[in-house]
Design a protein around this ligand. Sequence first.
Ligand SMILES: Nc1ncnc2c1ncn2[C@@H]1O[C@H](COP(=O)(O)OP(=O)(O)OP(=O)(O)O)[C@@H](O)[C@H]1O
Ligand SMILES: [Mg+2]
Ligand SMILES: [Zn+2]
Length: 510
Amino acid sequence: MMAKIESAACLGIHAYRVEIEVDVSHGLPQMVVVGLPDPSVKESKERVRSAIKNSGFRFPPEKITINLAPADVKKEGPAFDLPIALGILAASGVIEADQLKNHIFLGELALDGSLRPFKGAVVIAAGLKNNYSFVFPVKNAREGCLEKEAVIYPVNTLQEVIQFLKGEKQIEPLRSSNFSPSSTISKSNEGGKDFSEVKGQFFAKRALEIAVAGGHNLLMIGPPGSGKTMLASRIHTILPPLSFEESLAITKIYSVAGLTEDYGLIQNRPFRSPHHSISQVALAGGGSWPKPGEISLSHGGVLFLDEFPEFRRDVLEALRSPLEEGEITISRIKTQITYPARFLLVAAMNPCPCGYLSDRQKTCRCSLGQIQKYQSKISGPIVDRMDLHVEVPSSTLQTLTSEEAAENSETIRQRIIQCREIQAARYPDRLFKVNAFMRARDIKQFARPDSEGRKLIEMAMKELRLSARAYYKIFKIARTIADLAESENISSEHLAEAIQYRSLDRQWWG
Ligand SMILES: Nc1ncnc2c1ncn2[C@@H]1O[C@H](COP(=O)(O)OP(=O)(O)OP(=O)(O)O)[C@@H](O)[C@H]1O
Ligand SMILES: [Mg+2]
Ligand SMILES: [Zn+2]
């Protein structure tokens, strides 16, 4: 006898339907899985066999053929255990085909028949909720119903699924009605870090505020111990809150990667800080079954690259297109997977191998050749995409021991929230909502300086020999500075401040 059962899988953050056909026929007892399954699907045979027996059903001692369709997409993961088991029980007459209709089944089986969660539940719910309801392990059911209007039956064991399908047990579906899609998610400051702990460093803090407010990438340069890592590890405390839609978009990426915490909604903007030994695949995403990389796990948040010149060049090159496009496409022989990757890039480095070039207290021991070699590592396309360059000098003992209270993170964050609102109102029907993504024609429309400002920028162009790219960046940064000051006009003061954040144009590449 034959049975068909519906299941699903994720391709990136999109869902597709997988149909599972099970045929039980006379012949030597054996179980064959066809249709491009991954080894983890093949292993499901043993789990399914034990789970069926241990749930009190008879495992048919016959020839069982299982086909996963469409056959041209590779199927990954143990989540097909449940539909395969149900298919076998349907094909051997335990349940009727009708009882399986309009449901999508997924879940990994333990040998005793209990169900374990799988990756990507919220993505599958989002993609297929219009035509199906879902039978998911309890944990996934909670995650799946983050998606509005999805109907999900939470189950614990294979036996419970059978009782439910036969009508012997009522299960109340979970619905997402208690979530309002436009509600703003509050953000907690975990770890208790705060900008008030950083003494002095007003210039760097101001640059970080501008960077976060307008979405401008930032590079910090300074000697060892000057507080670059300390500053960066507090960025998350000034990030604006996420809307529900943004939270959901981030949760989908984490769900597919199997990284959601207890299958709930991700409510904080990500802050990712990969080590400089990271591979290109781990940073950009990929693998035989393309997983999201650090750049996608930073979507909506911050990617911090500490010790920037230590990253491999090919790894940094992989950042180029996502920095432009806000997403990354990973190509495989038959498929292409696109993951979102719109993040704020923050990097930190020493100015030279020993770290003390231009330090006020210690002298640099590096040769000119060493310095040039070191700095050339970060030259080119990636540094070109750094909007703000900030020098972070070492602090004096007097600053470090001062008792003067510094501004706390929440005060800075409130200014950023306000500034983001101003920007969102300026770009009501654009995909982008921050100044960093203005194109040349937007700059003409929204970031025109007054005549005094124009004179200033012309002079700066000549004196500092700024590139065309730097020229546009200065306008975008000045727009954010003006927005932070709640000023409609961009004044020469705003521009003068913006020019200060282009120290690399002046020093090394001028
Ligand atoms: N402005 C400051 N206020 C308070 N503490 C500071 C400040 N600057 C540095 N520190 C202290 O010095 C420590 C070292 O700073 P941090 O690790 O951030 O330096 P860094 O710039 O990242 O150095 P490296 O280039 O070696 O990575 C901090 O953990 C902190 O305790
Ligand atoms: Mg550091
Ligand atoms: Zn040096």
